[in-house]
Design a protein around this ligand. Structure first.
Ligand code: ADP
Ligand code: MG
Length: 369
């Protein structure tokens, strides 16, 4: 349904999207996951023909978005990061206006009723958009995107700034849409993507860092990458701990060792990470045999998608990209969700804008909800 080949966007010297390729099949719900500034919106803007690409190609149902934008766009409904609403219009006037603009062919009255029903905005149709809460505005934006019944729906951070109840409602709606449409949505919030998407593409610094189902991504990346060892030394003291940790560090392929808690009397656990290429288990065995230490446990750690997301976006060696300009992530839990957001001066403005939006949203809440 959608095919993206080597898509690249440069803003001056800045490579916002760097050689992204992927396909989306009919009926799939695909999630773009990545920290702020990763290139999600830029990619979506190119997918929908909002902006042109520097190089690469986008095919929507076989139609090149730059060669025949009209035809390609007729297959897409887009809800950009900032919904294109005319806030001085009533919901009704706006949707009628968009109905005409998009040259919709359906019987107007019934079609608008159905869409409003689906997006749960029937009871606010007579209200001015500027008087609606952020949650309702988002639904009006979604209604607008659905007007011409496009087979492809693209939603950029559809739940940013919404309260938990509104988030659940929008998620439910997206899942429902996924039954009949191909959906791509973006988010910087992992649980959000996990909750609704069949497949995930992790985007980091303009590149695809992982692509697959949550399970596939976890499987591909975890391997024998991380493990916990319990090793018994000769003296059952802290001396053992230091010696064992140092010896483990000297093994080829081991990149990180942290002596953990004393799990049994005088016996410690060690968290070990490898370069991801070397299977170090035999070398560990050999080392312990030579020293006369006993391995009481060796457990490969399954990385959760959360670990992987944080790892990729903090550039700890999984992506090939340069880690020196890795985004600084601020991780916090808000409304029960893990939120990783990038903290750079580049994005300060953006972050401020988001905060302002959130405040805006909560002030307006009360009204119709
Ligand atoms: P995301 O949606 O993942 O937060 P964006 O696609 O908005 O990321 O941005 C990707 C990068 O491109 C960021 O570093 C951003 O600052 C930069 N960028 C986005 N739009 C522009 C623009 N119009 N001019 C210059 N740089 C831009
Ligand atoms: Mg964005």
């Amino acid at each position: 349904m959608i095919e993206v080949k080597n898509l690249t966007k440069k803003y001056g010297d800045k490579l916002a999207v760097n050689d992204i390729s992927f396909k989306v099949e009919k009926g799939e719900i695909l999630g773009f996951l990545g920290p702020n500034g990763a290139g999600k919106s830029t990619t979506m803007n190119m997918l929908t023909g909002y902006i042109s690409s520097t190089s690469g190609q986008v095919l929507i149902d076989g139609v090149d978005i730059l060669e025949d934008p009209k035809k390609a766009k007729s297959n897409i409904g887009y809800l950009p990061e900032i919904p294109p609403l005319y806030i001085d219009m009533t919901v009704d006037a706006y949707l009628n206006f968009m109905f005409d603009l998009k040259k919709c062919k359906q019987p107007r009255k019934k079609h608008l009723e159905d869409i409003c029903e689906l997006c749960k905005i029937s009871h606010v149709r007579k209200r001015l958009i500027k008087n609606l809460s952020k949650g309702y505005r988002q639904r009006v934006g979604l209604a607008q995107a659905l007007l011409n019944k496009p087979p492809v729906i693209i939603l950029d951070e559809p739940t940013v700034g919404l309260d938990p109840n509104q988030i659940i409602e929008i998620r439910t709606l997206i899942k429902q849409l996924g039954k009949r449409h191909t959906v791509i949505l973006s988010s910087h919030i992992l649980p959000e993507i996990q909750a609704v998407c069949d497949r995930i593409i992790i985007i980091n610094k303009g590149q695809v860092a992982a692509d697959g189902t949550a399970d596939e991504i976890a499987k591909n990346i975890s391997n024998e990458h991380k493990m916990t060892l319990r090793i018994e030394g000769p003296t059952h003291t802290k001396d053992d701990k230091t010696k064992i940790a140092d010896a483990l560090r000297s093994i080829d392929g081991i990149t990180y060792v942290r002596a953990d808690m004393e799990r049994e009397k005088g016996i410690y656990d060690y968290d070990v990470e490898t370069d991801g290429k070397t299977d170090v288990r035999r070398a560990i065995n050999k080392l312990c045999a030579e020293k006369g230490w006993n391995i009481l446990m060796l457990q490969l750690s399954d990385m959760t998608l959360e670990d992987i997301f944080l790892k990729i976006t903090m550039s700890e060696g999984i992506t090939a990209s340069d880690s020196s300009n890795a985004p600084k992530l601020e991780v916090k839990v808000k409304d029960g969700e893990l939120i990783a957001s990038e903290k750079t001066d580049d994005n300060k403005e953006k972050a401020d804008a988001e905060t302002a939006e959130e405040t805006d949203g909560s002030e307006n809440n009360g009204g119709e909800e």
